[in-house]
Design a protein around this ligand. Structure first.
Ligand code: GDP
Ligand code: IMO
Ligand code: MG
Length: 420
């Protein structure tokens, strides 16, 4: 049996915290897509930790964490992260497993990402520059190196072949940065990766399912960044929706049970692309400051705006969401008035669906207003103590998207969550 926790917006919904919170109920926590573009923040005894490649169940010593085949893996980031969790007494050789079909990010993928973004000028995607797009292109282009290839004595030859292929493209971009230092750390990290538990992920997971073990699949990014259904081309390069769990771990659809969708109580986006409810004013600034909305991977300020129920309902439909977790409700504590987008006005007509594209049209959000609760909610632990205005806000969202809001997170701490 597999449950899924994934983001319903443009990423950074607080998935890391929520996975860490639910991890005790599971035997295995598995990442199924994305790579070091992810930045999942957890707090361990008051210390902030940001995970990019390792699943967010790693601090639960008795749990297995697995990096699934749908992930793109940068050995350098992984090694760095393993070293940092080791400081908390976590021995990754015991509870971290990596699927051998996982595709590797090599240094030239990062160079290609950088060169490609630079060539796009103002229309750049705003990628995290971690090599995600080029690595997934090599997967679908059938050129990639995979973790299982590390066991082959031809690995270095294969690497050189791939590097030469990349060099031709880099030359066409006139990319002339010296990446020899990146290569040096890559090969060092590759040696380290060889010492970890490399398994046949699909048999590993399916055998565990047969034994009755419970698996929690951890999404990265968010549904609006999905390569098929997101705000293309301003998306990431993987399927971030629940369907990605099947291909990213090798589990059949019938084994997927609950899909917990995580949404902020408002909206953020980092990087380029359409964002209908974006607030380029002091209210947006206030959301950014109170919510500390700065990228966990790149440190970039996140764009902020009101909750978009058209996009949220769309995400729930695509994922088959069974329960909603609403995070960062406490960030709205001081607001006099709140708004949620309940329609898009497209060229003068009210629409309730996410259109094919949003950049070459006049799209304006239509809002429904709510009174704010104007009280400190961060220490509430029981649903009965929620301010009535917050309950109204949640009830409206619940009814609009037709998926139950079951949990409200009201602070970054592990204990700051209310079950409704
Ligand atoms: P992820 O990528 O979805 O795991 O999210 P990030 O870690 O990138 O960003 C979420 C940020 O919000 C982190 O700094 C978290 O510590 C923080 N956070 C998570 N839940 C809450 C919450 O309910 N309230 C507040 N104030 N912060 C939260
Ligand atoms: P988590 O898992 C927020 C965004 C980038 C860029 C676009 C493409 O922490 O929620 P990429 O590097 O994937 O080619 O970038 O996607 N992006 C994210 N935004 N959270 C993330 O991950 C993201 N991962 C990628 O900013 O706009
Ligand atoms: Mg993040």
């Amino acid at each position: 049996m597999v449950d899924v926790i994934l983001g319903l917006q443009w990423g950074d919904e607080g998935k890391g915290k929520i996975v860490d919170y639910f991890a005790p109920k599971y035997d295995i926590i598995a990442r199924f897509q994305g790579g070091p573009n992810a930045g999942h923040t957890l707090y361990m005894n008051g210390n902030k930790i940001v995970l990019h490649q390792i699943p967010s169940g790693i601090f639960h010593q008795d749990k297995i964490n697995i990096i699934g085949n749908g992930v793109v893996l940068d050995p350098v980031t992984l090694k760095r992260e393993c070293d940092s969790v080791a400081k908390y007494g976590i021995d990754v050789k015991k509870n971290l497993f990596i699927a051998e079909r996982t595709n590797l990010i090599v240094p030239t993928h990062r160079a290609l990402d950088k060169a490609s973004e630079k060539s796009k000028g103002d229309s750049k995607i705003g990628s995290t520059l971690k090599g995600i797009g080029p690595a997934y292109m090599d997967k679908t282009g059938r050129n990639a190196l995979r973790v299982g290839d590390l066991a082959d004595k031809t690995f270095t030859t294969q690497y050189i072949k791939l590097r030469l292929k990349h060099q031709k493209i880099l030359d066409s971009f006139h990319f002339d940065e010296d990446i020899s230092a990146w290569e040096e750390e890559f090969f060092e990290a590759v040696e380290f990766l060889r010492t970890l538990n490399i398994v046949n992920g699909e048999y590993f997971i399916n055998n565990k399912i047969s034994e009755g073990k419970k698996i929690l699949a951890e999404g990265a990014q968010g549904s609006m960044l999905d390569v098929d259904f997101g705000t293309f081309p301003f998306v990431t390069s993987s399927n971030t929706i629940s369907a990605g769990v099947c291909t990213g771990l090798g589990v059949p659809p019938r084994n997927i049970r609950d899909v917990l969708g995580v949404t902020k109580a408002y909206c953020t986006r980092v990087g380029g692309g359409p964002f209908p409810t974006e607030l380029n004013d002091e209210t947006g600034e206030e959301l950014r400051n109170i919510g500390n909305e700065f990228g966990a991977t790149t440190g970039r300020p996140r764009r902020c705006g009101w909750l978009d129920l058209i996009a949220l309902k769309y995400s729930c439909m695509l994922n088959g969401v069974t329960q909603i977790v609403m995070t960062k409700a406490d960030v709205l504590d001081t607001f006099q008035e709140l708004k949620v987008c309940t329609a898009y006005n497209i060229n003068g007509e009210e629409k309730h669906e996410v259109p094919f594209q949003m950049t070459r049209m006049n799209l304006q959000p239509v809002y429904t207003d709510f009174a704010g609760w104007k009280s400190n909610s961060s220490s509430i632990r029981h649903a009965a103590n929620l301010p009535v205005e917050m309950s109204n806000y949640i009830k409206f969202i619940d009814a609009y998207i037709q998926a139950p809001v079951k949990f409200v997170s009201n602070g970054p701490g592990r204990e700051q969550i209310i079950c409704l």
